[in-house]
Design a protein around this ligand. Structure first.
Ligand SMILES: [Zn+2]
Length: 87
């Protein structure tokens, strides 16, 4: 499948190209990412966030952390209740 963007064969080449372009244009922020379309590496501008599904992933991770913490607190409270007033 063809890709509209410039494709680099590996990450290193893409990073080199990114550094060069960023040096030419100071305001430019580029991100290197593996492209599933052309199976090479592409550069994307940072403000373009369609390649950022991580926000949902981060949220999911955050939620699971919260659950863990809640469970821990629950367990602690249960342990306290059990131990309290026995002796
Ligand atoms: Zn591509």
């Amino acid at each position: 499948m063809a890709c509209q963007k410039i494709t680099y064969p590996d990450k290193k080449a893409a990073i080199t190209a990114r550094n060069k372009r960023q040096a030419e244009d100071r305001g430019l922020e580029l991100r290197v990412y593996p492209c599933p379309r052309c199976r090479g590496w592409n550069l994307a501008k940072r403000e373009v966030n369609h390649w950022k599904p991580t926000r949902a992933a981060q949220h999911a991770r955050h939620e699971s952390h919260r659950h863990e913490r809640r469970n821990e607190r629950h367990r602690m409270r249960a342990a306290l209740r059990k131990g309290g007033g026995d002796e």
